[in-house]
Unconditional design. Structure first.
Length: 197
């Protein structure tokens, strides 16, 4: 510390410290807080705990890394998504935690289900698709008219129902077609067909 460096006395711990150890406060005459940074952090923590809130403990993070609040791990920037709107330019959560949060939010938003409720549906189906009875159940199926969840299907069966647009009459015709009971309309005139009775 040079003797020419400006110093200030902390009104809490009573130590005389350089200006760099104090936060800014424009309402004060010298433009600095009355407490040093360490005392202000302690004061803030005490106030929040008195209100019943918790304050996250500061963790030293090396340059080029960031701490994820969900998994509490310090990870390199390569494991983070870019976010231009944040102060540091990186997303709030690491890629893996962000994917988990997005997946849970998707099920809540789209189907009104938690992941645990979806897992219960799969367990109730013994883990297999209730239509083909052979593939693992991984895709949530719902009625597009009401939004009600019907079950969890395999990819192929879920896609097939989607192609039929949830129309039972089209599915019945498909069943007849597959079983060989095909009806063939007879062309009577251009654009006019005679259907079998």
């Amino acid at each position: 510390m040079s003797e020419l460096e400006p110093m200030k006395r902390c009104s809490r711990c009573k130590r005389t410290l350089p200006y760099d150890d104090f936060g800014r406060n424009r309402t004060m005459r010298d433009g600095l807080q009355g407490y040093c940074r360490a005392c202000f952090s302690e004061y803030y923590r005490e106030r929040q705990e008195a209100k019943g809130r918790s304050v996250r403990v500061r963790v030293a993070v090396p340059r080029g890394h960031k701490r994820c609040p969900a998994c509490a791990e310090v990870k390199p920037h390569a494991q983070w998504e870019r976010n231009k709107t944040s102060s540091d330019g990186w997303a709030s959560y690491c890629r893996s935690c962000r994917a988990e949060r997005n997946r849970a939010a998707y099920f809540r938003r789209k189907y009104g289900l938690t992941e645990a409720e979806r897992d219960d549906l799969v367990a109730g189906q013994m883990g297999v698709c209730p239509i083909c009875l052979s593939s693992p159940a991984i895709h949530v199926d719902h009625d597009h008219a009401t939004g009600k969840v019907r079950g969890v299907l395999c990819f192929s069966c879920n896609a097939a129902l989607g192609q039929f647009k949830d129309r039972p009459e089209a599915m019945r015709r498909a069943i007849s077609y597959v079983e060989g009971n095909v009806w063939k309309p007879k062309l009577v005139a251009p654009g006019v067909y005679l259907l079998p009775s």
